[in-house]
Design a protein around this ligand. Structure first.
Ligand code: ATP
Length: 199
């Protein structure tokens, strides 16, 4: 699996539809200060479900929408689509290419799509569990993040290793199964109360 392209439109400094295509090897994005290099990484974080506007260097989520310049009107929405080559079926979807897209309007309304079909944020998050790519993944290392990792608590650092080892999805499933078990146990208690009332 590898990242094939990122398409942004109306996202931060990218007013026009802009397509980044990636090929084998290393790609560097270079440019003067403030030209929008970090906005490309922000676009990837955002489309993968980032919910914190602070992480995206804004005050609220609508701040990702192109806000206009002296010569250009603001845009009404921001959209980002990233496409992965999935011919090795690393992602659990039976498609050679997987495109995740997200769009947000000034009204606050927003949507996610997987290969063009509207989906929930949860579907996007679950698809990328244990790949290192999700919004919590280690594939995007922001400025200052290495320091944060090194000086962080061991438990926080552990999360990074769990993701790399591919056990996050099992941990989440364990939590969900435990919750279900607790609720079933509560139902059993209730049922036995009713039965003893009836007998
Ligand atoms: P540096 O090298 O200094 O880290 P950079 O190339 O990474 O800079 P970014 O931080 O990606 O630059 O981009 C900052 C630019 O994006 C600023 O010029 C800012 O005005 C612009 N920008 C951010 N949000 C928006 C928005 N919603 N609408 C229009 N422009 C925006």
């Amino acid at each position: 699996m590898y990242l094939k392209s990122i398409e942004v439109q109306g996202f931060k400094s990218f007013a026009n539809k802009t397509l980044f295509e990636f090929h084998n090897g290393i790609t560097c994005i270079v440019g003067p200060n403030g030209s929008g290099k970090s906005n490309v990484a922000d676009a990837v974080r955002w489309v993968l479900g980032e919910q914190s506007s602070k992480q995206l260097r804004g005050a609220n989520m609508q701040d990702v929408i192109f806000s206009g310049t002296q010569n250009r009107k603001p845009q009404g929405y921001a959209s980002v689509a990233i496409t992965f080559d999935n011919s090795d079926r690393h992602l659990n979807l039976d498609y050679n290419e997987v495109t995740v897209s997200r769009r947000i309007y000034r009204s606050g309304e927003s949507e996610y799509r997987l290969n063009g079909t509207q989906c929930r944020l949860k579907d996007v998050t679950e698809l990328f569990y244990d790949t290192g790519i999700g919004k919590e993944g280690y594939s995007i290392i922001g400025q200052g993040q290495i320091d944060k990792i090194l000086s962080g608590k061991p438990e926080d650092r552990r999360e990074l290793f769990d993701e790399a080892a591919g056990i996050v999805k099992f941990k989440r499933r364990k939590v969900a199964a435990k919750k279900k078990l607790e609720s079933e146990q509560a139902n059993m208690v209730r049922l036995s109360d009713i039965m003893s009332e009836l007998s």
